[in-house]
Design a protein around this ligand. Sequence first.
Ligand code: 13P
Length: 282
Amino acid sequence: MLVNFREMLGEAYEKGYAVGSFNVYNYETMRGVCDAALESGTNSVIVAFGAKYLENMSLGEAAALARALSEERSLKLCLHLDHCKSLETIYAALRAGFGSVMYDGSELPFEQNAANTARVCEAAHACGVSVEAELGSLAAGEQSHEGEKTDREIYTDPAAAAEFIEKTGVDALAVSVGTVHGLYKGEPNIRLDILEDINGRCKTPLVLHGGSGIPEETIRECIKRGIAKINVNTEISVYAVSRLKDDFAAEKPPHLSVLSIRQREYVKETVKKYISFFGARA
Ligand code: 13P
């Protein structure tokens, strides 16, 4: 069954765990995430299809695939549109059957970001779809695949976060507290003090982008401070590609059909690791 993330995140926020949101680009990656959820015994998982991957699959194809995968496995799955700056694409995702959408107006001035997010909330909520928005801006680490972001990092202002939620009615807020998109160049420096302040004022499920490479202990500290959804993209790709590279190097390279199966296995391995870090239960 395809679901929205409102209930999933509400429960995670209350009970003190995080739902994993894993980026997918095709059948193999989506299947790998579903298999990881099933093998981990959790019924709370998000497959995140980024607006930037529309060249890989259309919104309709992503929705049909997610629906078939969840129904065949009786898996509660949330299909989420990740990082989308275009209102048109968001409305198309609502029509296609996505369960949640992320409107990313983080590069806009506060008022404009809030006004656009409120418009998205009005349309999405009328369709039973949940909405995530972002305030603040993450820097890009090594091998980041999240667009044209730079080294510049803007931490989320806790008072502004509370005002933003009040003005927009958003279901979950992505915050910038020191994580980066991509792999970390050194040790991650996560500002738990800022996160705690945001959580104290907002009382709304918070989202941590840039999940790749955050140590397990730090993840737990973030969850204690309101993080209920954690996004992972880069490490899924980096790990699978490094394993596929070894496969290609074999004396007799595998058949394409075998590579497809291996791809989903490699995705599953990374996703299972993070699901165990996030502490999600059925
Ligand atoms: P990473 O690529 O750093 O895991 O971040 C993923 C992400 O935040 C997707 O929205």
